[in-house]
Write a protein that binds this ligand. Structure first.
Ligand code: APR
Length: 234
């Protein structure tokens, strides 16, 4: 039985129409990370940060999972059905819900989720589908202390223990559509690479390219379904 951990980044959702963070038309070309994606930025101007994430959340209504998301969901489905002798865990840095909408269930959102908010008073993380503003009350404790349920720079990503265990036990580690500059995710290839095969799928060689055994370059909607087809054909 083959145990695969797939790490996904913004590149897997790019062909669904979502902007990546870096690169020519990346989100961080228009906004400063320190204004939006840090606890200090949120403390300075919560309205600005809420509006940024409200925009991204609203944008999800207009996009759909693509062939790469669907191929990974099919692999999990075949694992569950026993038609593929393997196990797949997706660890995503993405805060969109396209993996789930494609059908993936064994998934960890290490950087949080756009479709949830978090109450800094009571810790509730309710599902959230509309706009959230600084005065919006928490549905659980009713205090106006909600924030995006997103892991910002300087904060610890979610479920690191579970991710660490899966990386230590996997036979194959695959990174798809991630630039390999943001830690800890950028370090997963080194941890897995001590015992597992490693592959990256990207448009161009990522910052960590030299650490992977193999790189498949091209759009994820073309390369990932072919890889999954080959896996399923043994
Ligand atoms: N197919 C495959 N790869 C693609 C595609 C595509 N269609 N389009 C873009 N890419 C690649 C780019 O070449 C780039 O290497 O996807 C990568 C996207 O990189 P980033 O924009 O840096 O996104 P990511 O690696 O997910 O960012 C990591 O940074 O700001 C934080 O928290 C944010 O989770 C995010 C983290």
């Amino acid at each position: 039985m083959q145990r695969i951990v797939v790490l996904t980044g913004a590149g897997i959702s790019q062909e669904s129409g979502l902007q990546t963070f870096r690169g020519e038309d990346g989100l961080w070309n228009h906004e400063r990370i320190s204004d939006i994606c840090t606890p200090e930025g949120f403390a300075r101007d919560p309205l600005r940060v809420d509006r940024f994430y409200n925009g991204l959340r609203a944008g999800l209504a207009h996009v759909h999972p693509n062939a790469a998301h669907k191929a990974l969901a099919r692999l999990e489905e075949c694992s569950n059905a026993g038609t593929w002798d393997g196990e797949l865990l997706i660890v995503t840095q993405n805060i969109d819900d396209l993996h789930e909408r494609a059908g993936s269930r064994n998934i960890i959102h290490m950087h949080g989720e756009l479709m949830r908010v978090r109450c800094t008073s009571c810790g509730a993380t309710p599902p959230w589908h509309t706009d959230c503003l600084p005065q919006t009350p928490c549905p659980t404790c009713h205090r106006p202390t909600l924030r995006p349920d997103v892991v910002w720079f300087g904060e610890i990503p979610y479920h690191m223990d579970r991710i660490d265990r899966a990386l230590r036990q996997c036979d194959l580690f695959v990174a798809i559509g991630t630039s390999g500059v943001v830690y800890p995710a950028a370090g997963f290839v080194q941890l897995a690479g001590t015992h597992a095969d490693t592959m990256e799928f990207n448009m161009e060689p990522s910052a960590g390219n030299a650490l992977f055994d193999q790189a498949i370059l091209g759009p994820a909607t073309k390369t990932v379904p072919l890889w999954v087809r080959d896996l399923l054909n043994g």
